[in-house]
Structure formats: C-alpha cells, structure tokens
Design a binder for this molecule. Sequence first.
Ligand code: BDR
Ligand code: CA
Length: 308
Amino acid sequence: MRQHKVIIDTDPGVDDAMAILYACLDPSIELLGLTTIFGNVTTDIATRNSLALLELAGQDLPVARGAEKPIVQEAKPVAWEVHGKEGFGDVPPMLPGSKPVDESAAEFICRLVNENPGEITLCPVGPLTNIALALELDPGIANKVKSVTLMGGSMDEGGNVTSHAEANVWQDPHAADMVFAADWEVIMVGLDVTHQVICTPKDFASMVEPAPKLGGFLNDAAQFYFQFHRDENGFDGCHMHDPTAVMSIVRPDLFSIDETPVSVILEGDEIGRTIRASKTERSAVKVCFGIEVEAVRNLFLETVKNGY
Ligand code: BDR
Ligand code: CA
C-alpha cells in the first residue's frame, strides 16, 4: 500500500502545510520525515512549524533542522507577506512538545538514502540548499536516490518573485543549479504547472466538516494566503504549489513532461531564472509542462476530506 518512501524538505509556509498534511493522509506515501529550510520563514520557525504539523497530524516522525542561509549569496528576506509572520497566516504559533533530531538535514538525508538505496524520493518544496549540501556531503547519494521531485523553477511561465525567477530557486540559485547539474533523476514541478492549480475559499471551506482537525487547520491558515492572492494576483483562490509536487509522486500519470537539461542564471537581473541548458552540458531534467488540473485538485480535496 505505502509504495512511496518520501522525505519532504520544507519551509512551512501555508502551501507547505498543505503538502505535508496531504503526504500524511495519502495511503500510498510512507513519509520518512521532514527536513527544514529558510524561505517562507526562518529555519527556526520552519523547524517549529514542521514539528507542530506532525504533532497535529498525530505522526511521530523525525524532523531534521537544515541550513540557515544560502550556499553563496546573502540571505533574502523571508516571505512573511505571503505566509504570515509565523508561517501559517493568522493562525497563532503552535508550540510543539517534540524536538528536532541531532543530525542536520543534510546528514539525515544522506543516512536515510544510504540505508534505503534506490527507494527514497526527495521532495524539496523550499530553497534547495539542504539538497545541495547533502550532495556535497556524500556525492554517492546521487546514485541511490529514487528521484528528486522538486517544487521550483519556471521554464516558460515567468517568475513569481521577479519577472523571471520562482521563489524557491531565487532564494538559493547556486544550490538549485547544483541540484539540476547532478546526475540523478530530477522532476521539476515548477510554475508551468503549479500556476494552473487553483483552489478557492469554497474548496477549503468544504474540507472543514468532514476533516475538522486537518481540513479545519488548512482552511484557517489559507485565509491569509487567499488575501495575498487577491491583492497580488487578482483572483479569489490560491496556487497549490507544494501539494502539486507531492501529488506528482503518486500520480505521475496526471502530468506530462518534457526532458531538457536545466541550468540557473546566477547573476544579474535574471538571477534565479531556470533555463534550458545545452544538451551536452548536463543530464536531462523531467520538466512538468502539462497537468490534469481537475484530477489534481480533486485528489487533494478528496484526500483531505477523507482524513480527520
Ligand atoms: C514556492 O515558494 C513558496 O512561497 C511556496 O511555499 C512554494 O514552495 C512557490 O514559488
Ligand atoms: Ca514551500
């Protein structure tokens, strides 16, 4: 039943919470743990929020704390205007009783991948710093990871933090470029598809009665995120970025891909932009371009409604 062993690397974040709780509820996913990163919030808050989400979901799973800053560039400001100062919109901070494990995120990733060769899907849904650090720590993991299914980048859709760059890649472009350059299977779930998946306030409200705990929490957290989309994007709903990446692991049939090597622009006005690289430079990335939007939306909503 649980055929997908997954580690989510995350900066929760409203849509990160959607991704994590979805992963806890999908019976085909065996969530092995969470690793934390700055981005939407600081690494401190991301770690606290990751522990709190697992407690809310009743999951006794490890959380490993990750890097506090990008590999090369200076840290960018966190995205409090999108996700709220504490990460879950206007929901007050939830203080977890549990603590992160002693290993760093990179150490945790390397150990688990070595213990489960060929079995683990890494699912980074924040800046790619921890994944690049894991590769640096043990380059051998590239041959042992099943795939890296990441939310990040934009090939033809334009950016969401600048006109060219998607937020996760922009926060640490050098780390992202290292991940795209490595010789492993990378599936890029970027804005080309996540901008197509929109859920409305009505969709979220419909999860509250059947799943008061997790659906109720997501509905509360999403209100601030809806307001951001109203102000910034002019529609009444939100982009389902991070859960879309998790759903692509279990239902790849709902996505169509094009294979192309990818690199990241590392300086100038277009810093953080993902572009097609020369075929001889690096191995191909599976870039998602097509998506069955209604099926993906329904998978998310039905999975949460069938939860608690
Ligand atoms: C990505 O940036 C963050 O704001 C979201 O959590 C998502 O991972 C979308 O560009
Ligand atoms: Ca995220």
